[in-house]
Design a protein around this ligand. Structure first.
Ligand SMILES: [Mn+2]
Length: 334
C-alpha cells in the first residue's frame, strides 16, 4: 500500500477583530462576507492571549486582523507571532487605522504581511475599499455606519460611502448598532451573531429587539450624565472619573464635555486582569496627539495604550492609575 506523506491541506480562514465598537464588528462582518471563515472577537487586554491560540493551529490558511491598534507593550510580540505564522505560509492581512510606528509597518511588510493602514479612514471603510469586488452593495452601508461611529464619516472614502444613503437613516442605524454592541460586551455569542447578521446584509433594525435594547442603553447613558456631574474630578488640564457600573468609553465623552477641559478621562476596573481600562478623549481644541502620548505614558507605568489623536485608550495596572492621571495632567501642561 502506498503511504503518501501528503501534508493535510489547510483550509481555515480566521478574522481577529475588535469587539468593542461598530468598526471592529463591521470589519469582521465584511471579511466574513468576502472570504467566509470564522471570527475571533477580542478586546485590548485579551488580544494577544486570543491570538496566541493561532500559533499552533496547523489548519490555519488565511488570517485577517482588523481594527486592533498596536502599542509599545504588544508590538514586538505581535510581529513575532506573525513571523511565526508567515514561516508556515499563513497568508496574513493587517488592516487598521490607529497610530502605528513606521518601524513596525516596515517589519510587517518585510515578513510579507499585507498591511492596509490609513489613519484617515476607519477600518471597515478600508476593508470595503480593498475587497469591494468580493462584497455586495449592503457592505457599503455597513462601512458607512462604522465610519459614523468612529467619527470618520467626513473623510474622503467614508463620506463617499455615506452619501449613497440617507444620512438620517445611516445615523440611526449606526447608533442602534453601537448601543447593541456596547450593551452586549459580556455576551460574546451575541457579538458573533451580530457579525453574522451584518455579513448577511441585515440592517440593524432587522435584528430582533435591537431598538428596544438601544433604548435601555440610552436610559443608562442619561443616568451616567448625572453621575458624572456628581463624581467627576477636575484638575488643571483634564477632567477624570472612576466609573463603577457602566463602561468607561460610554462615560468618557460626558466627562470631557462636562469638565470644560480639553481632555476627559474615564476609567473602570477590570478585576479579571487587575487593571483599569482607561478611555481618553480630547476636544476639538486639544492639540496634543492623545494616542501617542497615552501609548508612552501607559508604557511608563507598566501598562499599554494608544489609538487616535482625540480618542484613545489604555490598560493601566490598578495601583498606578493615580500616577498615570498625574503624568497625563503634567504632560498636557507642557
Ligand atoms: Mn476603528
Amino acid at each position: 500500500m502506498c503511504m503518501a506523506t501528503k501534508k493535510p491541506t489547510k483550509t481555515k480562514i480566521v478574522c481577529v477583530s475588535h469587539e468593542e465598537d461598530a468598526d471592529g464588528i463591521s470589519s469582521a462582518a465584511l471579511i466574513k462576507q468576502a472570504f467566509g471563515g470564522t471570527s475571533i472577537l477580542v478586546d485590548y487586554p485579551g488580544m494577544m492571549d486570543s491570538m496566541e491560540s493561532l500559533r499552533n493551529d496547523d489548519q490555519l490558511k488565511e488570517l485577517y486582523i482588523c481594527d486592533l491598534g498596536l502599542n509599545k507593550k504588544n508590538e514586538c510580540e505581535f510581529v513575532e507571532l506573525l513571523t511565526n505564522l508567515r514561516k508556515r505560509s499563513v497568508k496574513v492581512t493587517y488592516i487598521d487605522h490607529h497610530d502605528l510606528d513606521k518601524k513596525i509597518i516596515n517589519q510587517l511588510e518585510k515578513i510579507k504581511v499585507k498591511v492596509i493602514h490609513d489613519i484617515n479612514e476607519c477600518t471597515t471603510v478600508q476593508v470595503y475599499n480593498a475587497f469591494k469586488n468580493k462584497l455586495n452593495d449592503h457592505a457599503a452601508f455597513v462601512a458607512a455606519c462604522a465610519a459614523i461611529t468612529d467619527y470618520m464619516e467626513d473623510r474622503p472614502l467614508g463620506s463617499e460611502l455615506l452619501q449613497i444613503f440617507d444620512r438620517q437613516f445611516a445615523l440611526i442605524s449606526a447608533t442602534v448598532l453601537t448601543y447593541n454592541i456596547v450593551g452586549h460586551q459580556k455576551d460574546p455569542d451575541y457579538l458573533l451573531y451580530l457579525v453574522d447578521e451584518l455579513s448577511e446584509s441585515k440592517y440593524p433594525h432587522e435584528i430582533p429587539n435591537s431598538y428596544e435594547f438601544a433604548q435601555i442603553q440610552v436610559e443608562k447613558l442619561a443616568s451616567i450624565i448625572s453621575q458624572v456631574k456628581k463624581s467627576m474630578k477636575v484638575i488643571k488640564n483634564l477632567g477624570y472619573m472612576e466609573i463603577l457600573d457602566s463602561g468607561a468609553s460610554g462615560a468618557v465623552n460626558f466627562v470631557l464635555g462636562l469638565s470644560g477641559k480639553e481632555v476627559g478621562v474615564a476609567y473602570k476596573e477590570r478585576v479579571d486582569y487587575g487593571i483599569y481600562a482607561v478611555s481618553v478623549r480630547g476636544s476639538k481644541k486639544c492639540k496634543v496627539h492623545l494616542g501617542k502620548l497615552v501609548n508612552k505614558l501607559a508604557a511608563e507605568v507598566g501598562g499599554s495604550g494608544g489609538g487616535h489623536d482625540k480618542a484613545c485608550g489604555a490598560s493601566v495596572p490598578k495601583e498606578k492609575i493615580k500616577k498615570f492621571i498625574k503624568s497625563l495632567n503634567e504632560s498636557l501642561g507642557k
